[in-house]
Design a protein around this ligand. Structure first.
Ligand code: PGA
Length: 252
């Protein structure tokens, strides 16, 4: 089994002063034993400084989004190549907040995942159903469809995929709401994702980290992280404070 991957998604939160939380996290991690790979994804403005700050530590730096093109006339956007140049090692793509507020489709998310791989970085591909879709009994079909389109088709080699791609299952209704699926619901969705990955990649599909995201806290992290087919967590609010994030890492 790959080591669990625990990612802090700072979203549009954080200015220079908050870099102290990243330093505090490194100090706190020295006091615990854990087995996770760890990353913080601050806003783009902090990536380069955070990467310098965390160089030589166990904490990687990532980004919350990337444009699919390497460069060009896309005012205000940032490419995966630019993020790599700034020191990022991974990039979240297809977060539901971007799917909702920037109208990103599965095909766009797939193109972004390709772009992230092209830049030599690791895409964290987010999928997950809305509350209405779950209520309509369509949650698992939605997840299957998102896997089919958001995961780059050219990734057929299991070793390459498992080493360089992670999936984050984030039910939209659980993000930032304090609402949590049951462990059985998480295991059901992760099982469907695992099956889709194994169908695509053969046995190597079992090595891909499937993260759970949505209202993960220090209190619920252990139950979630030890559920079947859960290979880590994508953590929003609880990643903003180093002491909370450390407790989630410790639970993995
Ligand atoms: P949350 O966010 O932990 O604040 O619910 C998770 C996410 O959006 O990745």
């Amino acid at each position: 089994m790959a080591a669990p991957l625990i990612i802090g998604n700072w979203k549009m939160n954080g200015v220079s002063a908050d870099l102290a939380e990243a330093s505090a996290l490194v100090a706190l991690l020295k006091q615990i034993s854990h087995r996770a790979r760890i990353a913080l994804c601050p806003p783009a403005t902090l990536i380069e400084r955070m990467a310098r700050l965390l160089a030589g530590t166990e904490v990687m730096v990532g980004a919350g989004d990337a444009h699919a093109e390497p460069s060009g006339a896309f005012t205000g956007d940032v490419s995966a190549e630019m993020l790599a140049d700034a020191g990022a090692q991974l990039v979240i793509v297809g977060h539901s907040e971007r799917r909702a507020t920037h109208r990103e489709t599965d095909a766009m998310v797939g193109a972004k995942a390709v772009a992230v791989l092209r830049a030599g970085l690791e895409p964290i591909i987010c999928i997950g159903e809305t509350f209405a879709q779950r209520e309509a009994g369509r949650a698992l079909d939605v997840v299957r469809g998102q896997i089919a389109t958001s995961v780059p088709a050219q990734l057929k080699d299991a070793d390459e995929m498992s080493a360089r791609v992670a999936i984050a299952y984030e039910p939209v209704w659980a993000i930032g709401t304090g609402l949590l699926p049951t462990i059985a619901q998480i295991e059901e969705a992760h099982g469907v994702i695992r099956k889709a990955l194994v169908n695509r990649l053969g046995e190597g599909g079992r090595q891909v980290n499937i993260l759970y995201g949505g209202s993960v806290t220090p209190e619920n992290a252990a139950d979630i992280l030890h559920a079947a087919d859960v290979g880590g967590a994508l953590v929003g609010r609880a990643s903003l404070k180093a002491s909370d994030f450390m407790r989630i890492i410790e639970a993995a």
